[in-house]
Write a protein that binds this ligand. Structure first.
Ligand code: F6P
Length: 536
């Protein structure tokens, strides 16, 4: 997915915004406790010299999306606190800070530095991340990393097994924890369990390259519900499951339309009884909060300052975690070509590119930073004039207010990942466009393109020439067309926000199934008797 962690502290909503959201979040009252399991907790601990531990909010779309849900519904979050050898004792040390920021209840899974290297940097981010983003050439295959991945998934399962009650719904997130299903079964954890993949699921050809494909597929198929960001991911998964899985358990039966409503509900109800549910559930944002915060006085004030700094020029905005999947070099080349081909853009438009530091200790990321910085300076050297520098580049994290102010005044958002699970920046940009005058240029390879294609200008980021033309097209687009497109985009996002996403996932995960009953010791005959029905 893409989300992009951008301003974490400020993702803690103001009390009034929370009140408003609560109404929607609790439309369906919580029935069971939710236990969220993800690699990262919503906070990261950092050792500060002499004064013990400090907690910082974690970055990323996963945390941004889940935090409000758990806060509204209650529940538990199990994950890694982001530093080696840190556990519940250190979490307790920062307890006061956590309470002050209204964080959910958490249980830490401590990882030692070898596990951070082999499980997090090695298997998760050196193999699965590039493979699932269609970049097999940079994959690093290592049996040691695989063993560490299994060991760490077992550690997570042990913490979950200690904490989970049979009635809980376990909601497992993302590619770091694909072996958790297997480990939970081994430990006979009977709670219902769902898995959501935030990143793309690869094609059969790529998945088959994994030496551990069978174990991973078997583990995924032990969940009651598996959900993906797009239909393409879901189809890829079904193909892989068909090739590697036990055929009888695989059935595609839950699907949402763009408004978050179930399609094929009857089929879903029939099949959920005996099958795994495999769903397309695109993640979203807290639309009301983004729109409301973007309209606040603080953001308005910051936006005015930025406008003054721009001296009447229009802004193209890029905001990304620094990651090779984000297509940053391609984007810069497209901007360069647009300036070469359309001299009228020179001096009139500025590309503001924010890159949020990420996975800095992994060599591919460090190299990418050098490449990007070199290219920015090449383009600035080529086109700068007295009083105008074409690219303003910043390598940092932004505050929430700053981010919203940039979203609000940007004439164009240029979001061009080579591959992305969803990309919540695209949705945040539209929600924050309270004046509705901006144009979204979006890669067709971002998960968000499936929902936003009717209002965005879609581009293939590998096609530098046509991306450059789209930049020009956005620059000259008449106001009426911009307004119409942006309104369409905002409506789509408002109609399917993060609370709809969570409700859809949880209501599907709550459905009883033959396998969850079997784990809880309910036999088909006792169940049929209780419900007065027979199974085919
Ligand atoms: O889904 C991708 C993801 O795990 C997101 O949660 C987040 O945006 C990003 O990657 C953060 O990565 P990391 O946890 O490695 O810093």
């Amino acid at each position: 997915m893409a989300a992009h962690n951008v301003f974490p502290e400020s993702r803690l909503p103001c009390p009034s915004a929370r009140r408003e959201l609560t109404t929607k979040a609790l439309l369906t009252p919580p029935k069971q406790r939710i236990v969220i399991v993800s690699n990262r907790l919503p906070i990261m601990l950092d050792r500060c010299d002499g004064s013990g531990w400090q907690a910082k909010p974690s970055s990323g779309g996963l945390v941004a999306a889940l935090r409000p849900i758990l806060r509204e519904r209650g529940g538990l979050w199990v994950g890694w606190p982001g530093a080696a050898d840190v556990g519940d004792t250190e979490l307790a040390e920062v307890g006061e800070h956590l309470a002050a920021h209204d964080n959910p209840r958490m249980r830490a899974v401590p990882l030692n530095s070898e596990e951070v290297d082999d499980f997090y940097k090695g298997f998760s981010n050196g193999l699965i991340w590039p493979l699932f983003h269609d970049m097999p050439k940079i994959c690093r295959f290592s049996a040691d990393h695989w063993r560490a991945y299994c060991r760490v998934n077992r550690k997570f399962a042990e913490v979950v097994a200690r904490e989970a009650a049979p009635d809980d719904v376990l909601w497992v997130h993302d590619y770091h924890l694909m072996m958790l299903g297997h480990e939970l079964s081994r430990l006979r954890v009977s709670s219902r369990r769902g898995f959501f993949l935030h990143i793309p699921f690869p094609s059969l050809e790529l998945f088959l390259e994994l030496p551990w494909r069978q174990q991973i597929m078997d583990s995924l198929l032990s969940f009651d519900l598996i959900a993906f960001q797009t239909d393409r991911d879901r189809r890829n998964f079904l193909q892989c499951a068909d090739a590697l899985g036990e055929r009888f358990v695989v059935e595609s039966n839950v699907k949402l339309d763009v408004r978050g409503r179930f399609l094929d509900r009857t089929a879903a109800d029939d099949k959920a009884w005996s099958d795994i549910q495999i769903a397309t559930l695109p993640i979203s944002i807290d639309y009301s909060r983004v729109a409301k915060d973007a309209a606040s006085d603080a953001v308005q004030h910051r936006a005015l300052q930025l406008r003054v700094d721009l001296r009447g020029r229009r802004m193209i905005l890029g905001v990304d975690r620094l990651d090779y999947t984000k297509g940053i070099v391609h984007r810069l080349r497209a901007f360069q070509l647009a300036l070469e081909r359309h001299a009228e853009l020179r001096g009139k438009i500025t590309l503001v590119q924010h890159l949020v530091p990420s996975r800095e200790k992994i060599s591919d990321y460090a190299k990418l930073r050098c490449d990007v910085e070199q290219l920015v300076s090449e383009i600035n050297g080529q086109f700068s004039e007295p009083g105008w520098v074409p690219i303003h580049y910043m390598y940092h994290s932004l505050s929430w207010e700053d981010l919203l102010a940039y979203y609000r005044i940007a004439s164009i958002a240029l979001i061009t990942p080579l591959k992305d699970g969803m990309n919540l920046v695209a949705k945040e940009y539209c929600a924050a466009q309270v004046e509705e005058h901006g144009v979204l240029i979006l890669s067709e390879f971002a998960g968000a393109a499936a929902e936003l294609k009717t209002g965005a200008l879609l581009v293939n980021p590998h096609d530098i020439a046509s991306t450059a033309e789209s930049i020009y097209q956005a620059f000259v687009m008449p106001k009426d067309e911009r307004l119409e497109r942006m309104r369409r985009l905002r409506r789509t996002i408002r109609n399917h926000d993060v609370f709809d996403w969570a409700e859809a996932f949880l209501s599907a995960a709550r459905k009883k199934s033959a396998r969850s009953d079997a784990r809880a010791g309910i036999t088909p005959s006792s169940h049929n008797h209780r419900h007065g029905m027979s199974r085919a």
